[in-house]
Design a protein around this ligand. Structure first.
Ligand SMILES: Cc1ncc(C[n+]2csc(CCOP(=O)(O)OP(=O)(O)O)c2C)c(N)n1
Length: 379
């Protein structure tokens, strides 16, 4: 019996505007009209500024832990731009730029990181799910959302984002297998930023690309320069067309880098080489796009100055709105969870209007009041 080849493949990498400012006319011409390009650039600048403001808010005790998006802005932005407005955007936590492009108000994101649940109340018509903090869960949510759309006969797909580290989670493999076997229209977008907190990608994945993981599930895949907005737009557009036509899932590996710490609770200097960070700064998606726009004479320093001023005002106003929002009412505590409140919770809600939390007189009657400072309860 001869030995025959049963499988072979190759993965394409898409780059249109490289870090030296070289623009591939063939691939990039007409991809993004100039008017849109200016708005997309503005969006990235706003997102970057929000990162700086959020960092300062955290340092001054006005916000909880915050994960900066710095360096990765082009990925979710390019995707949000390339997709239809009613395709689901299912983020992890470094996708501010795409969410803002969709119209998610900045103060919601600020509220989220300030620990206010109301930050997760994203208006339904924006087709975005709240930020996902448990690593990997959102990939299953996206698969479920897209499956529901398919079931209803809608042409709506879901695009979900996650890091390279998340591809080591069971949820990733379950979502991929499920979506591929049942032909569910999901785009899995991995933001490969080379680090899962302090764990380097090389330790997590022995294959040279993360995209290879998708091939095992029989998924169409591509790698793109995730710091090149043009490349991201092209890849998402192509994969969305494929997914819409076939109903099948697709996988994009956006090669990028987080320029900041993992979160404000981290100090990346303890495990990351400074030279590596400096090298990636030269590939920054914002400076690259700015250089291109200046070269084309559609941008200049005076426009940059005006934009900075506008963005600073816009973000200061969003911070003001987030910090001055009226405190939630006691009823919100109950109403957020159920469409129809079960009778026992309804009673708790009503009792709380006249008594404090856990002070239902009917429940306290005859109850033994435990002294917390009693030695028996000391620990
Ligand atoms: C289920 C789960 N396990 C562990 C964590 C703690 N954790 C937060 S971020 C993170 C690393 C994520 O790395 P990656 O998926 O590459 O995303 P990145 O933050 O680099 O964008 C871990 C382990 C978590 N949030 N959820």
């Amino acid at each position: 019996m001869p030995i025959t080849k049963v499988f072979s493949t190759e993965i394409e990498r898409v780059s249109i505007l490289d870090e030296h400012g070289k623009f591939d006319e063939k691939l990039g011409k007409g991809l993004i009209p100039d008017a849109d390009l200016l708005r997309l650039y503005e969006s990235m600048v706003a997102c970057r500024h929000l990162d700086e403001v959020a960092f300062r808010l955290q340092r001054s005790g006005r916000m909880g832990t915050y994960p900066q998006n710095m360096g990765q802005e082009a990925n979710s932005l390019g995707a949000a731009y390339a997709l239809n407005k009613d395709d689901w955007l299912v983020p992890c936590y470094r996708e501010n730029c795409g969410l803002f492009w969709r119209g998610v108000p900045m103060e919601l994101i600020l509220l989220h990181w300030m620990g206010d649940e109301r930050g997760n109340a994203i208006p339904r018509e924006l087709y975005c799910t709240p930020l996902a903090i448990p690593i990997g869960t959102q990939m299953l949510h996206a698969t479920g959302l897209a499956w529901a759309s398919k079931y209803r006969g809608e042409k709506r797909l879901a695009c979900t984002f996650f890091g390279d580290g998340a591809t080591s989670e069971g949820d990733f493999h379950e979502a991929c297998n499920f979506a591929a076997n049942l032909e569910i229209p999901v785009i899995f977008f991995c933001q490969n930023n080379f680090w899962a907190i302090s764990v380097p990608g090389k330790i997590q994945c022995s294959a040279p690309t993360v995209a290879q993981r998708a091939i095992a599930y029989g998924m169409k895949t591509v790698q793109c320069d995730g710091n090149d907005l043009f490349a991201v737009v092209k890849c998402v557009r192509d994969m969305a067309a494929y997914t819409r036509e076939t109903g099948k899932p697709a996988f994009i590996e956006g090669v990028t880098y987080r320029l900041g710490d993992h979160t404000t609770a981290d100090d990346a200097r303890r495990y990351r080489d400074a030279a590596e960070v400096e090298m990636w700064k030269t590939r920054d998606p914002i400076t690259r796009l700015k250089a291109y726009m200046k070269d084309r004479k559609i941008w200049n320093d005076s426009k940059e100055g005006e934009l900075k001023e506008k963005v600073e005002k816009e973000i200061a106003a969003a911070v003001e709105r987030a910090e001055t929002i009226a405190a939630p009412t006691r009823d919100d505590f109950f109403n957020a969870m159920y469409a129809e409140l079960p009778p026992d919770l309804e009673r708790q809600r009503d009792t709380m209007q006249t008594h404090g939390l856990g002070e239902d007189p009917a429940q306290l009657e005859g109850a033994e009041v435990r002294q917390l400072d009693h030695p028996e309860h000391a620990h």
